[in-house]
Design a protein around this ligand. Structure first.
Ligand SMILES: *Cc1c(COP(=O)(O)O)cnc(C)c1O
Length: 399
């Protein structure tokens, strides 16, 4: 097949060999800073960052150079060996999470798989008869692999793929009593997002997170926080649990951790991590030197460019502007979130708003049927926010 004269505008041709798992419309060729460009050269302001991934924006010089340095040295060795990049990444992740032992994966779903396995192993060592039950939340999202899907609280994602892993109970998010009522002798773990993403941008209340921490301490249950989306500075701290002054037993992190290089990790405290021994878990790619160089580069650039300070500064401005829109347009029912993880709830289908914005060169993502998610690259400026608000205002005037 010769691609020299391939017609990338012909939808039949471009979909010919792709499984129809997504509704795609645009073909992007390159990016620069906050913008993506389609193959015809049209620019799009990206307020979705590849689903909260591309924190450094596109074509970031520093990031590219650090990746190139690693490409010239080593892309892959197996996990049967150490590399300097791996060792350095483990120090970086431990420091930023405040937890002590790291296992690198290739995605967020895999990080959650590993976290659930580690929690079950910990329980199994205490009681070989334990049923290893897991408590998860309604409207949660933990990924698409079988284990991660089993704790994902949206029924239509799960039903066609049953039977999934057993022993999972769903409770109401931000309702501590509903969690307490579900705990039994067999509860191995409670898994939740510190700030629910796909479920519609719902931050945990302080009472809920601290209540779960206390419950897990009291009954020796493993507390797993999924910060795949809300971690890595997005809420204005490296990890969102820092806002509550607590630490989970295991945190899962991915998305912006590699800023586009596919990486993830689950990170545990000493007590939990000690449950795992060689042979219990593994991965071919996870933590390979290229992936770890990306993680190290991301952390270095976050520090050098003070990206988390930028999140806090731009976030206040964004909330201020969105709240003004909310006061003016009845179709906006709510504006909520933390840092640069913001949900706008509409009185109309989110897809309608997202589609109309895309027509005008603005990329947004929905989260549930009526919520539009704003999760821009963390390099976003107030000037970009003005551009975003202008386009959104045009769209609101039309609908
Ligand atoms: C995206 C996401 C995942 C899944 O990550 P993948 O890399 O797509 O497997 C898990 N949990 C949360 C909270 C997410 O937002």
């Amino acid at each position: 097949m010769n691609f020299e004269n391939f017609d990338y505008t012909n939808s039949e041709l471009i979909d010919k060999h792709l499984i129809n798992a997504y509704n795609r419309k645009v073909v992007f060729s390159h990016g620069e800073g906050m913008e993506l460009f389609d193959i015809e050269g049209n620019a799009f302001l990206d307020m979705g960052a590849g689903i909260a991934v591309s924190a450094l924006g596109y074509n970031n010089e520093k990031f590219k150079n650090k990746l190139k340095e690693q490409l010239d040295k080593l892309i892959h060795v197996s996990n049967l060996y150490y590399t300097p990049a791996l060792i350095k990444a483990s120090y970086n992740v431990a420091e930023k999470t405040g937890l002590s032992k790291v296992f690198f994966t290739n995605s967020g779903a895999e990080a959650n798989e590993g976290a659930i396995k580690l929690a079950r192993k910990y329980k199994w060592l205490q009681n070989k008869e334990s049923k290893g039950e897991v408590i998860a939340m309604e409207h949660s999202f933990h990924g698409r692999t079988m284990g991660a899907l089993s704790v994902t609280g949206t029924e239509h994602y799960r039903t066609p793929f049953e039977p999934l892993i057993g022993g999972v109970k769903f409770c109401e998010y931000n309702n501590l009593d509903s969690v307490k009522a579900a705990v039994t002798e067999d509860t191995a773990a409670i898994i939740l997002e510190t700030l629910q993403g796909e479920g519609g941008i719902h931050p945990a209340t302080e009472e809920f997170i601290k209540g779960i921490r206390a419950l897990c301490d009291e009954k020796d249950i493993v507390m797993i926080l999924d910060e795949v989306q809300c971690g890595m500075g997005r809420t204005g701290k490296y990890y969102a649990y820092e806002h509550y002054g607590i630490k989970p037993d295991i945190v899962t992190t991915a998305k912006a951790l590699g800023c586009g290089v596919p990486v993830g990790a689950f990170v545990a405290n000493e007590k939990l991590a000690a449950a795992m021994v060689p042979g219990d878990h593994g991965t071919t790619y996870g933590g390979n030197p290229f992936a770890c160089a990306a993680i190290n580069a991301v952390y270095e650039i976050f520090e050098e460019d003070k990206l988390i300070d930028n999140v806090n500064e731009v976030s206040s401005y964004l909330f201020e502007k969105l709240n003004l829109l909310k006061d003016k347009y009845e179709v906006i029912k709510d504006v909520r979130g933390k840092g640069l993880m913001v949900g706008i709830e509409f009185d109309c289908p989110a897809a309608k708003v997202v589609g109309a914005c895309q027509e005008k060169g603005l990329l947004l993502i929905s989260a549930g049927s009526s919520i539009v998610r704003v999760v821009p690259p963390l390099i976003v400026t107030k000037n970009d926010i003005d551009k975003f608000i202008n386009i959104l205002t045009d769209v609101l005037n039309e609908i």
